[in-house]
Design a protein. Structure first.
Lengths: 333, 326
């Protein structure tokens, strides 16, 4: 496995605070969404990002405006990390017209054109093509963008992963394949699904570099991804990054998680990135306990405002039913 | 006007649109150096270079998916499936991604993308290489489906498809690639959703598209000898259907035969018949007869293959039946 040296070992205090705030924003958004689901304000599937915040926040800290991002149905966290207003996200979960997809996409299909967020995708492995398509466009237009393609461990055994990695390697597409390995494809442990669980080694099959990172460690994610993103931006070669992470909740809210032990879940919660970073900042006297509490309170209030906004927003008017099926009006239809 | 083959007309449309808009590019198996498995893309690589004329590996899901992503970011891909049988490998990308993206993103991301290639039966290629896909694609909101029956239409329809801001499935026929006809030079557009009366008639409307229109023409010639004047209607765009044109013809002839190359059950003809029964019931003097592919996978044996597909005789027979002239 190739390694990237950290040129700058420490992250500036402001940057750390900004990332902590983003992680808290995701955490509280997801907690509020679970609550709203229990209150039956949200229906369908709801896949939360709780536990995986360091992966999205640490990686997307290096996204430039021209870069594109695509992911799975577990898409709320990355959208928020990119800057989607919580109101637009929560309203989408509530199925309201003020949502980021006008209430038509729901939990699994957040989109944000302003940040080139090409969607949450509901079919495992369905987003790889979209991601390398964005990378292809970058080469076509020579705009120096890279494409961030997030997926779960379960997707590494889908055909599209291998087809798209091969295409990216064959055509020198600047695609960063980021496997968020939370160790379970729904209820199936990856050891029961993936013959070779050394995910990063799969890149070697295509003559590319693979990296394995601790996705629970914001420092490691941020620092290593800084160098990896820089590398891909200049080499235009795809890479595979294996992020070892964990989701504290079930696959979706309907999943009680009987296939995992409480001890296992607790062992990861003990390494919680929000806990770790807030302690670090407090211990290092970058912020005080009170300042941290105030930050939490501020974000909780913002999320509550988002919930209230969603609750008060109207459902899509019935005229919306047949709008956005096609952009062009053709024929007599 | 120049006389050219269907494949040359499609080629001309591609060249003109790629010249007009540098965002248009084509990718698929053997489209570049090989000049296309059926030579439809002949000369494109020489004219536009490898950046815009791209040979892909045999990864239909991969390159169709790539096209969706490129379209979301503002390019205008033309995907060639060497045959639409292989589009089945890319079905998730076509249905779940290309067709649904604009809607499920609340109108943020449209997909200006054309998927084209030969559809339907080739000569003697058996069960896995003879699928007719129009009914499948037409089922899903978000896709337009077009299928030309002659070189002139092929050019004008494909140019409109490439300019469309939504995904278009463009179904050609291997058996029609060599068909010759006059094709207008330069700018010539056939609008999406507009059908065409290929022959005026008074006694029965025969609705047929793609290669089936050739059979319908021969059938109409035979019927004319017996005093039955068939009107030949080519919907050209299969979704959305040109119902005003169909209604106009049905009001005139009061009798309908629908011919499609695909299977009978849930075939597109069933939808057209339903539209006619719903909108034009009072104008019908006879139940509609549908001619379609029989309910078996395509066999290899010549006699069985012929028995599976629609034929001129079957169309003639049906037209006589609806005319109570058997």
């Amino acid at each position: 496995m190739a390694s990237v040296k950290n040129e700058v070992p420490t992250i500036a205090k402001d940057k750390m605070l900004e990332m902590l705030e983003k992680m808290l924003n995701i955490r509280h958004f997801e907690e509020a969404s679970i609550k709203a689901y229990q209150q039956k304000k949200i229906a369908g599937f709801l896949h939360t990002y709780i536990g995986q915040e360091a992966v999205g926040v640490g990686t997307l800290a290096h996204k430039q405006p021209q870069d594109a991002v695509v992911t799975t149905y577990r898409c709320h966290g990355l959208s928020l990390a990119l800057g989607l207003p919580p109101k637009a996200g929560m309203a989408e979960l509530f199925g309201r017209v003020t949502g980021c997809a006008r209430g038509k996409g729901g939990s699994m299909h957040f989109f944000d054109k302003q940040h080139n967020f090409l969607g949450g995708h509901g079919i495992v492995g369905g987003q790889f093509g979209v991601g390398i398509g964005a990378a292809f466009k970058s080469n076509y237009d020579e705009d120096n963008a890279v494409s961030f393609i997030f997926f779960g461990d379960g997707a590494t055994v889908q055909g599209t992963f291998h087809e798209c990695f091969n295409l990216a390697a064959l055509w020198d597409l600047p695609a960063i394949f980021i496997c968020e390995d939370n160790q379970y494809g729904m209820g199936t442990a990856c050891t029961r699904a993936i013959a070779n669980t050394v995910i990063a080694s799969k890149a070697e099959a295509y003559g590319c570099k693979g990296y394995t990172l601790n996705g629970m460690d914001l420092h490691e994610v941020h620092d290593r991804m800084r160098d990896i993103v820089k590398e891909v931006r200049s080499t235009r070669r795809p890479v595979l990054v294996h992020m070892k992470t964990y989701r504290y909740f079930g696959h979706s809210v309907s999943d009680a998680g009987a296939y995992r032990s409480k001890e296992e879940v607790d062992s990861y919660k003990a390494r919680d990135p929000i806990l770790a970073i807030s302690r670090e900042l407090i211990d290092g006297k970058s912020i005080t306990e009170d300042e941290f509490k105030n930050l939490q309170k501020k974000i909780k209030n913002q999320i509550q405002e988002a919930v209230d906004f969603a609750d008060e927003s109207p459902e899509p008017p019935l005229e919306e039913l047949t709008q956005h099926v096609y952009m062009d009006e053709v024929g007599n239809a | 006007m120049a006389v050219m083959e269907m494949k040359e007309a499609i080629n001309q449309a591609l060249k003109e649109e790629m010249t007009r808009d540098e965002k248009v590019f084509i990718l698929g198996e053997e489209v570049a150096e090989y000049n296309g498995a059926y030579k439809v893309t002949k000369g494109l690589l020489d004219q536009f270079g490898p950046k815009r004329v791209i040979d892909t590996p045999i990864s239909e899901a991969g390159f169709a998916g790539l096209a969706v992503g490129a379209a979301m970011m503002g390019l205008r891909p033309v995907v060639e499936f060497m045959s639409f049988n292989f589009s089945l490998v890319a079905m998730d990308q076509i249905i779940s991604n290309a067709a649904k993206m604009y809607y499920m993103s609340g109108g943020l991301y449209n997909i200006p993308m054309v998927m084209r290639g030969p559809n339907g039966a080739g000569p003697r290629v058996s069960s896995q290489h003879s699928h007719n896909m129009e009914s499948v694609f037409a089922h899903f909101p978000g896709l337009h489906v077009m299928s030309p029956s002659n070189p002139k239409d092929a050019k004008g329809m494909l140019k409109s498809a490439i300019r469309c801001n939504d995904p278009v499935v463009f179904l050609e026929n291997e058996l029609s690639y060599g068909m010759k006809d006059e094709v207008p030079d330069g700018e010539f557009l056939v609008p999406i959703g507009k059908g065409d009366i290929k022959r005026e008639g008074t006694d029965v409307t025969i609705i047929a598209w793609a290669r089936m229109m050739s059979l319908a023409k021969t059938a109409a010639d035979e019927l004319a000898k017996e005093g039955i004047h068939a009107e030949l209607l080519d919907p050209r765009t299969l979704k959305p259907l040109d119902m005003p044109l169909i209604a106009q013809s049905v009001r005139k002839t009061n009798r309908v035969v629908i011919v499609e190359e695909g299977h009978f059950f849930c075939g597109l003809g069933a939808q057209i018949a339903d539209n006619i029964y719903t909108e034009l019931f009072d104008y019908l003097d006879s139940p509609i007869i549908r001619i379609a592919q029989s309910e078996n996978p395509m066999p290899y044996a010549a006699n069985l293959e012929a028995a599976t597909l629609p034929s001129v005789a079957k169309i003639v027979n049906a037209a006589k039946h609806v005319s109570y002239n058997v």
